[in-house]
Design a protein around this ligand. Structure first.
Ligand code: SF4
Length: 170
């Protein structure tokens, strides 16, 4: 089963109220068993919501209490992000997840880069807080921008099942 950021499948859970629908990914996964998640909504944050970024750090720093996640107007939403990431972790532990595909640059879902905390659109190398927890579980995590290596294609192929495509969203 493939865990995936719900916004990539078209769920309107993005901070702006929109989504990050990725038609290529949807086509690639159309006969695969998927588990769409939005950690920020699972953290009880509303949609739409103010944009937030990790300030001076990455997802691991947040997990270890070394960085906070704040909105542009200075509101501290760290606890909500941690709550959502923990909820996703529980889902990952209770489902046979063999790959996670998460939205690049998000403070929750980013895999290789995140916004730098200045709300200027600049990115830095780093990962989001939910992705950090998934990696700690030993799950292979890629983003929608990652190259599809033979190893990744094998993991996707192994997610084929007779179950219908799950798009009920959490
Ligand atoms: Fe998408 Fe993740 Fe942001 Fe939810 S938290 S909108 S799944 S990038």
């Amino acid at each position: 089963m493939i865990m995936i950021s719900a916004c990539l499948l078209g769920k309107n859970c993005k901070y702006s109220g929109g989504n990050n629908e990725n038609p290529c990914l949807i086509d690639l996964l159309k006969d695969k068993k998927t588990l769409p998640v939005c950690p920020e909504e699972l953290g009880s944050l509303p949609t739409p919501r103010p944009p937030a970024e990790i300030i001076k750090g990455n997802g691991y720093d947040v997990l270890h209490g070394l960085a906070r996640i704040c909105t542009k107007d200075g509101g501290d939403v760290t606890e909500s992000f941690l709550k959502g990431a923990e909820a996703v972790k529980k889902l990952a532990q209770s489902h046979p997840i063999n790959l996670a595909i998460m939205k690049e640059r998000s403070p929750s879902c980013g895999v290789c880069k995140i916004y730098d905390g200045t709300f200027s659109g600049k990115t830095i190398p780093g990962l989001g807080v939910c992705t950090a927890l998934l990696k700690d579980l030993g799950i292979t995590v890629i983003s929608e921008e990652s190259p599809l290596s033979p190893e990744i294609l094998t993991l996707i192929k192994e997610s084929e099942s007779s179950y219908p495509f799950i798009n009920g969203f959490s």
